[in-house]
Structure formats: C-alpha cells, structure tokens
Design a protein around this ligand. Structure first.
Ligand code: GTR
Length: 309
C-alpha cells in the first residue's frame, strides 16, 4: 500500500499579461511540471502582478509565501547586491553577450548569490535591451534627457544613471507608470519593446529612442523552502522544465520584440536609433566609479564581465 502523497500547490508570480513571451513560457513550465510530477507539484501562474509589485513579490518568494516567480535583476539589486553588477549601464555589449555570461560560469556566481538569499535561480530569461521613451521629444544625446522626469525600477543605481544624464529619476512600481505618464507626473520611462507595448505606455509616450542602456537578465526563481520540500527526482523535473521554459521564452522573445516594435510604429510612435551611444556611455563613468567605491568586493566580477566584451 502506498502512502497518500501530499500535493504541493505552488503559486507563481508574473508581472506580465497573458500572451507575453514570459507568460507563455511560465504557463508551459507550470503545466509540464504538474504533468511530469503526476500532480505532486501543482503550479499556477498569477499574471499582471496581481500578487503584488515586484520588490514585494521577491520578498514573498524569499520567505516562502510565494513558491516561484520570474524576476528581473533590476529590482533584485537592493536585496542581492551582487546582482547590481547586471544593472550597470552598458555592462553587456549585446543580448548574445549577456546570454553567454549568464549561461556560463559567471552566471553560476549570480545563482549562488541568489541562493544565499533563499532564491533558487534555475534558468535565465531574456529581457532584451531597455531604451528611453517619453512624451516630449526624441532623445539622441544626453542633452535631450535634461530635465525630463523619468521613471526607473526600484534600484538606486538607476537613479544615479538618470541623474548622470541630467534627468530627474523617479523610482515607481511598473503598474503605476501608465497613469503617471498620462497625467504628466512623469515625462518618460525606459523599457524593452514588448513591455513598452504590452503596458500601453506607447499610447501616451510617443517617442522611443534606442539607447539600449540596460541589458538585464531575468531569473526563473523558486523559493528555497518550496525547493527543499521536493524529492530529488521532482527537483530534477523542475530544473529541466525551468531550462526548457527559458529556451522557449528566448525564442518567443525574438519574435515578440519584432511584433511589439511594429505595433507601436503602426500606432504612430516615433522611433529614433541612437547610432553613437558613446556620449551616453561616457556619462556612466561616475556611476561605475561610485559603484566600485561602494562595492570594492564586486570589482572583479565587473572586470570579468567586461573582459569578455
Ligand atoms: C519589464 C520586466 C519586468 C519589470 C518591468 C519594469 O521589462 O520584464 O519584470 O521589471 O520591466 O520596468 O518594472
């Protein structure tokens, strides 16, 4: 006679709406995990940040109130300081560079740092490159940022970044940005094409300028307590499915980014390429210096990434 097995009911946090590349991949992850564990892990994804804003959801996952989530390494910085390295503007030369780093030995260093804070990072999602958009004008040089009120994710590094360009930075939850752009509380924000489109920010901010100042990975993270409650066999299934989900997400991302770009163009958004990004990069010098001064122990990590550029 076999003992009845207690099913784990997993709640997963997701900031994005249905149909978004991350959402599709997370839902497939949940479905495959339930199927392959024969219901021992019944995982459900809650979209549109209904379980809380991102900094809050990270805390809830750390303490086991939530079981998993897809988290951007931006708002992770204040909690897991090593991950701030990933928020240094222009640290990666391209999305491919970021993938190479995160899938290799250096990526494991970040996963170890997250594990120390009770987050088991099983795979890395793509988040493209973030660029500025605003309601006023195209941005081609740092001078165009001057005086603009720009929303940033919850991380002091981004405040430094925007201030180094002469703008006024406002850390704010993602869900509040649309209304703030609409009412003029903000002039602009920054994000990749899929988020610029799916959040509808493009309806109110008609100028998107391709600065690509941040290329930040995102994790599929499991709460340590939920992870440790699994048998080794189920851990293996969850790990495999998380890696498969990241592969799927990265493929969907490429197509999704193209589609989102087209949707915003069709809606009349003016997109300007910033061919020469060096003026923006030069302004980031003090941001790097300040960061290394405050975190001398992370200098090697920064150097190791830059050396692979
Ligand atoms: C998106 C990212 C979200 C969230 C959001 C934001 O690109 O996928 O996790 O960080 O940006 O700007 O808050």
């Amino acid at each position: 006679m076999s003992l009845p097995v207690q099913a784990e009911n997993w709640r997963g946090w997701n900031i994005h709406p249905p149909g978004y590349p991350n959402t599709v991949a997370l839902e497939s992850f949940a479905e495959n995990v339930a199927e392959r564990t024969e219901g021992r892990v019944h995982a459900q994804v809650y979209n549109n940040a209904v379980l809380g804003d991102q900094p809050d959801a990270i805390e809830q996952t750390r303490n086991g109130a939530l079981d998993f989530g897809n988290f951007n390494m931006g708002p992770m910085g204040p909690i897991v300081k090593e991950t701030n390295v990933l928020s240094l503007p222009f640290i990666f030369s391209s999305v491919e560079h970021m993938h190479d780093i995160m899938d290799g030995e250096i990526g494991r260093r970040f996963a170890d740092a997250l594990a120390e804070k009770n987050l088991i990072a099983l795979s890395w999602f793509d988040s493209g490159a973030r660029s500025f958009y605003n309601t006023n004008r195209p941005i081609s040089s740092p001078a165009d940022v001057e005086g603009l009120k720009i929303r940033v994710m919850n991380n002091d590094l981004y405040v430094d970044m925007v201030e180094a360009l002469g703008g006024n930075a406002t850390p704010m939850a993602y869900g509040e940005v649309y209304q703030s752009l609409k009412t003029g509380v903000l002039d602009g924000a920054e994000n990749n094409y899929p988020s610029f489109q799916s959040s509808n920010h493009y309806e109110v901010a008609g100028f998107y300028s391709v600065t690509q100042h941040l290329i930040i990975p995102e994790c599929l993270c499991i709460a340590k307590a939920s992870w440790e409650a699994l048998s080794p066999e189920d851990q293996e299934i969850v790990r495999e499915e998380a890696i498969k989900a990241a592969e799927m997400q990265r493929q969907l991302w490429v197509e999704g980014s193209r589609e989102s770009r087209q949707i915003v163009l069709d809606a009349g958004v003016e997109i300007n390429e910033v061919e020469d990004k060096s003026a923006f990069q030069e302004r980031m010098q003090p941001v790097y210096e300040g960061f290394i001064e405050e975190n001398p122990d992370l200098a090697t990590l920064v150097e190791d990434i830059r050396a692979t550029n």
